[in-house]
Design a protein around this ligand. Structure first.
Ligand code: 3PG
Ligand code: MG
Length: 360
């Protein structure tokens, strides 16, 4: 099985095991049905072998989480292999590497939703060689996120945050025609405010995106774009910066926008609450810092309160939910970051497309 066991590490230990808890049910189901189960994944972005990115600590945490015996590189109920990216030919999907991975196995289960946007040996190459199937986590992710590309119940709202407009542009362009409203926050909102001609002080602006954002703000769906009316600013990009609330149109020249303001948070909460389908990706501010967490917290609580179909994607938004103990309070919390965004951009996911040849 290919899972996405690419989890954050801190001081050599797993600091967030959400992806491991998500991967285990499929592995356990396979063991319970009598299969000899081996799982592989990448971890981080090593260039060659890097002992700091060994899956050994991941296997250890999985063993703690599971009643089954999970072993690293030796036979257990579940055997975890070493980081696929230690193998030359993994990311370039070399036929020899894929053959080496597939050797000795009868079946391949693709359950690594977070990795299916990569055309690597462990996501595509192996599935070309031996009989393969989508696992239940992958199926559930495709079904949940896929609803936002179809005809979700309305009002249909998308909430986007995070630092860069460029990371979200594909999603904005594909979803804006479909949604009823798109709420914008996070670092990327300053490029929108700047494109509207507002002064944003020393806030993050992607100058090279201003033209594109202007086109969006003048396009046929411009009325769906909702921007902050107030901003929490600080005098510097620092955890100890003093929080001041200003109107979005009155950001002082010498300050930096670090979160959406409380009026914006309350407004977004209402719009989310009155929606029947909501997708959220990306924090509204620097939520790791307590003084600039308020906006992201508003969105997380609004998502949890909403009676509609709510899906949260991306590691930061998921971490914010977890911080507030709201992980289980949304309809679906995605294990995917980039993969979910690429799906919502309308792009073909190579790790999914390759499975079609095996559909009977
Ligand atoms: C992720 O964390 O988004 C996936 O595991 C993919 O990782 P990658 O961007 O290094 O391919
Ligand atoms: Mg165990």
């Amino acid at each position: 099985m290919r899972s996405d066991l690419n989890v954050p590490l801190e001081d050599g230990e797993v600091s967030d095991d959400f992806r491991l808890r998500s991967a285990l049910p499929t592995l356990e189901r396979l063991v319970a049905s009598g299969a000899a189960v081996t799982v592989c994944s990448h971890l981080g972005r090593p260039k060659g072998v890097d002992p700091g990115l060994s899956l050994e600590v991941v296997a250890r945490r999985m063993d703690e989480l599971s009643d089954y015996d999970v072993r690293f590189e030796t036979a257990g109920d579940i055997t975890v292999l070493e980081n696929t990216r230690f193998l030359q030919g993994e990311t370039s999907n070399e036929p020899d590497t894929a053959r080496q991975m597939a050797e000795g196995f009868d079946l391949f289960v693709q359950d690594a939703f977070g990795s299916v946007h990569r055309a690597h040996a462990s996501t595509v190459g192996v599935a070309e060689l031996i009989e393969s199937a989508a696992g239940p986590l992958l199926d559930a992710e495709l079904a949940a996120l896929g609803r936002f590309l179809g005809e979700p119940d309305r009002p249909y709202t998308v909430v986007l945050g995070g630092a860069k407009v460029s990371d979200k542009l594909g999603v904005i362009e594909n979803l804006l025609p479909r949604v009823d409203r798109m709420l914008v926050g996070g670092g990327m909102c300053f490029t929108f405010l700047s494109a509207q001609g507002m002064g944003v002080g020393r806030s993050l602006v992607q100058e090279d995106m201003l033209g594109t954002v202007c086109d969006l703000l003048e396009g046929p769906d411009a009325h769906k774009i909702v921007l902050p009316v107030d901003i929490a600013v600080g005098e510097e990009f620092s955890e100890s910066a003093t929080r001041h609330i200003v109107l979005a149109s009155e950001i002082p020249d010498d300050s930096i926008g670090l979160d959406i303001g409380p009026e914006t948070g309350a407004g977004y909460w209402e719009l989310i609450g009155s929606s029947a389908s909501v997708f959220w990706n990306g924090p509204m501010g620097v939520f790791e810092w307590e003084s600039f967490r308020n906006g992201t917290e508003h969105i997380a609580r609004a998502m949890a309160d909403c009676d509609g179909f709510t899906v949260v994607g991306g590691g930061d938004s998921a971490a914010a939910l977890r911080l507030l103990g709201l992980e289980g309070a949304v309809s679906h919390l995605s294990t995917g970051g980039g993969a979910g965004l690429e799906l919502l951009e309308g792009r073909i996911l190579p790790g999914v497309a390759v499975l079609e040849r095996w559909v009977r």
